[in-house]
Design a protein around this ligand. Structure first.
Ligand code: HH2
Length: 274
């Protein structure tokens, strides 16, 4: 899943794709690189980020979704009901809500009514405060319990279980050690039986380990996604689609039951290398 941030302030690429044409061109590039999904967002969720007004978020994402519609399945990264509704009208088929329907519980009914898919993510608190000394007794069991409860909520609101994906929310109200523990024991989250989404791309915990700036965290992103794959993750939300996809293809080739996928015909399959 390639990320298209139509924002001035995303931690990873803030301002680069705020312009409509740049965002659409970037979506096309990510699909060329092999993205199966595009996740379009108009509000940064980085620690300390200011909330974005509804009309501004709509203005950012709707025209971009309209222009990308039909390319690959589209996801809208939002917690707002009106934005999700407009995004589904514009061609999105998945709602990626980092608040797992807590900000706008009516989002669940919308997803159910439209037959859409959703990603429900764990976050401790909200973006403005989430990194202020987060505490868990056991981060993995608490995140698992939360995701199980949010899945039950979505199902009770009419969303079929097979339309829901779950995300432990790497970096959302978590210390370095919390993030690492979640990746280490990701199989416990996968045991919930829903596809697990991984969002480690370029995040600061990778910088803490490697000492690298945000643009230099691709190797760390690949390593964390490959290990997450091996422990059960199946959707990888990333900014650098081509290198992560290659890493995942190689990882998938080494396991007994890889997901059904095909290599890119234009590059790997025609070349013979040693
Ligand atoms: N991470 C970000 C945003 N949305 N959604 C899911 N499901 N999982 C994630 O880990 C996740 C997410 C943060 O990354 P980015 O979009 O690059 O930054 P920003 O929120 O600053 O725009």
């Amino acid at each position: 899943m390639g990320v298209v941030n139509v924002t001035p302030d995303s931690f990873s690429d803030g301002g680069r794709y705020l312009d409509h044409d740049a965002a659409v061109a970037h979506g096309h590039e990510l699909v060329e690189e092999g993205a199966d999904w595009l996740d379009v967002g108009g509000e940064s969720t980085r620690p300390g980020a200011d909330p974005v007004a509804e009309d501004e978020e709509l203005r950012r994402v709707v025209p971009v979704l309209e222009d990308l519609a039909g390319l690959v399945p589209l996801s809208i990264d939002t917690s707002k009901l009106s934005v999700a509704r407009a995004a589904l009208d514009a061609g999105a088929t998945l709602v990626n809500d980092v608040t797992a329907f807590r900000s706008a519980p009516e989002l669940a009914g919308l997803v159910a009514e439209r037959g859409a898919q959703c990603i429900l993510m764990h976050m401790l608190g909200e973006p403005r405060t989430m990194q202020r000394d987060p505490h868990y007794d056991d981060v993995v069991s608490e995140v698992k319990e939360f995701l199980e409860a949010r899945l039950a909520f979505a199902v009770a609101e009419g969303v079929p279980e097979d339309r829901v994906m779950l995300d432990p929310g790497i970096g959302f109200g978590k210390t370095l050690e919390h993030n690492l523990e979640l990746i280490r024991r990701l199989d416990e989250i996968a045991a919930l039986g829903r596809p697990v989404v991984m969002g480690t791309s370029r995040k600061s915990f990778l910088g803490r380990i490697t000492g690298r700036d945000v643009d230099e965290r691709v190797p760390g992103t690949i390593a964390s996604n490959v290990l997450a794959y091996e422990r059960g993750a199946r959707v990888f939300r990333v900014h650098d689609v081509a290198p992560v996809r290659d890493g995942l293809l190689v990882a998938a080739a080494t396991v007994r039951d890889p997901w059904p996928t095909t290599p890119r015909t234009t590059t790997t399959s025609t070349r013979t290398t040693s």
